[in-house]
Design a protein around this ligand. Structure first.
Ligand SMILES: *Cc1c(COP(=O)(O)O)cnc(C)c1O
Length: 374
């Protein structure tokens, strides 16, 4: 079945009370036990499982082509579940460029628990190979990665890792399962901040892990989900399953607008540089075409002619783009990354990150043009 069809049907729950077409929401913490002590519908307590969580997890696993999925209360809760599969003394190799808080989690929280972490240029295979240690158990990949939308070659990294008994986890938040399926490229684990494109409406925080196989790590992630307890509540699972239904169509439309805008921005005299993996000028364009041939998602970073003050002027002059952190919603956002990342940031001061939403592309272009000319 195609992804559009899976997205609609994989999360369906057959309602036995009223045959409702829309999914009912099971706002219950607990489920009735039979006289013989069994749980006939398979649910006992909502931290362990809930029909809405099951439905969402089934949908995510189907779209990623994985054996199982696990939903958490935030993207970071999902990342930490993977890290918690490791043991004291294990080493995680993480990207130099990637979601800042994922690295902070490894360093600040998992560090004192005995995990070792180091960072590497995840777009360079020789650098990755050189950074692998005897105790490396996990390579954490994020592609495309913020804020320059640099790419990592999942297939090549998986080959390198598997030869050494190392697992590969991929943060697939930006590409989404519509444009990139890391498991098919050899990764073992996929992570999503479902907060972003999967929810798609900037109203739910969530995270998910999808595993390729039902193996020891899959068992362990499930134990972490249940015992650490950062599970996702039924209402949010419902909203995310609803978001999943329109994900393929939203992604297609948003990525088409993003490519169109990236091309136009590249030719604008007020722009110094455009970072978008779908542009032939992107240093890893060939890899983008191989790894995400159907679309390169809807995040664009632009460097404005001029300094940080000028970039912030442009951001202030935009009217359709809301200045806010995060990404992946139907409404377009703009973010001055350097001032959010703080004094240790290596992001250029003249860089603005755009999350292209579902507004008409002509209106977005008109807004960008007037702001760049302001
Ligand atoms: C937002 C985000 C996360 C973290 O997700 P939360 O839901 O905020 O915890 C992780 N990785 C990427 C790429 C993200 O964009």
């Amino acid at each position: 079945m195609k992804k559009e069809t899976l997205a609609i049907h994989a999360t369906h729950i057959q309602d036995e009370t009223a045959n409702s077409v829309a999914t009912p929401i099971f706002l219950t913490t607990t489920f009735e036990r039979s006289a013989d002590g069994s749980y006939p519908k398979g649910h006992m307590y909502s931290r362990n499982s809930n029909p809405n969580r099951d439905a969402l997890e089934k949908g995510l696993a189907a779209l990623e082509g994985g054996a199982r999925a696990f939903a958490f209360g935030s993207g970071l809760a999902a990342v930490s579940a993977v890290f918690q599969c490791l043991s004291k003394g294990d080493h995680i190799l993480m990207p130099e460029v990637g979601y800042y808080a994922s690295y902070k989690l490894a360093e600040e929280i998992m560090g004192p628990w005995g995990l070792e972490v180091s960072q590497v240029d995840m777009s360079s295979l020789p650098a990755i190979e050189a950074a692998i240690k005897p105790n490396t158990r996990l390579i954490w990949v994020e592609t495309p990665a913020n804020p320059l939308l640099s790419l990592s070659d999942i297939e090549a990294i998986a080959t390198l890792a598997h030869g050494r008994g190392i697992r590969v986890g991929v943060d697939n938040t930006i590409a989404t399962p519509i444009f990139q399926n890391p498991l098919a490229l050899g990764a073992d684990i996929v992570m999503h901040a479902t907060t972003k494109y999967i929810g798609g409406h900037s109203d739910v925080l969530g995270g998910a892990i999808v595993v390729k196989e039902n193996d020891a790590w899959s068992e362990r992630i499930q134990r972490v989900q249940i015992l650490m307890g950062a599970t996702q509540n039924p209402l949010d699972c419902y909203l995310l399953a609803r978001g999943l239904k329109t994900l393929p169509i939203r992604m297609r439309e948003q990525a088409t607008s993003a490519l169109d805008l990236a091309k136009k921005l590249e030719n604008h005299p007020q722009i110094a540089q455009v970072h978008y993996p779908g542009l032939p000028s992107h240093p890893q364009y060939a890899l983008a075409m191989k790894q995400m041939p159907m679309g390169q998602s809807a995040m664009i970073s632009i460097q404005i002619q001029g300094d940080e003050t000028r970039a912030r002027q442009v951001a202030n002059a935009l009217t359709l783009f809301t200045q806010a952190t995060s990404l992946g919603g139907v409404e377009s956002l703009v973010e001055h990354r350097r001032s959010i990342e703080g004094p240790t940031s290596t992001t250029p001061g003249n860089l603005l990150r755009l999350s292209i939403g579902l507004e008409h592309v002509d209106d977005l272009w008109a807004d960008l043009q007037q702001a760049l000319q302001s």
